[in-house]
Design a protein around this ligand. Sequence first.
Ligand code: SF4
Ligand code: SF4
Length: 129
Amino acid sequence: MIKPGKMLREVLTSFFQKPATVLYPYVKVLMPDRFRGKIRFLATLCIGCKLCMRDCPTNCITITKVGDKRFQAEFDLDQCIYCAQCVDSCPKKALESTADYELAQLQRNKLKMIYHAEPPPPQAAAPIE
Ligand code: SF4
Ligand code: SF4
């Protein structure tokens, strides 16, 4: 059993110490380097090889060709386990982990994240004859 004197000392010590917790969400916690948060897709770098789809352990990535050398990525964030295997598998560094961890949603369909392909380059004007 803790002696009353020792207990009182611990209470007073704790009273003047900084709290061990943070006032989230009023105070944001900075994530460490290499934190594996929400995945970002860089459409301009993607070549459509689909290695990310093949290696994803939860099958939550869909890469779709939407035009000439243009690809769209779709992620089911409710299935993603943020392992970053897709980031490691991508040969073109078109995927990266971000520090974004605030992903909670009330509706499941909002956890489907679509990164649209870049718009096609403008067509060169035909020469006037
Ligand atoms: S692995 Fe990279 S380059 Fe290949 S389809 Fe996925 S994002 Fe695109
Ligand atoms: S982080 Fe892991 S689970 Fe999420 S999309 Fe990438 S490979 Fe799949």
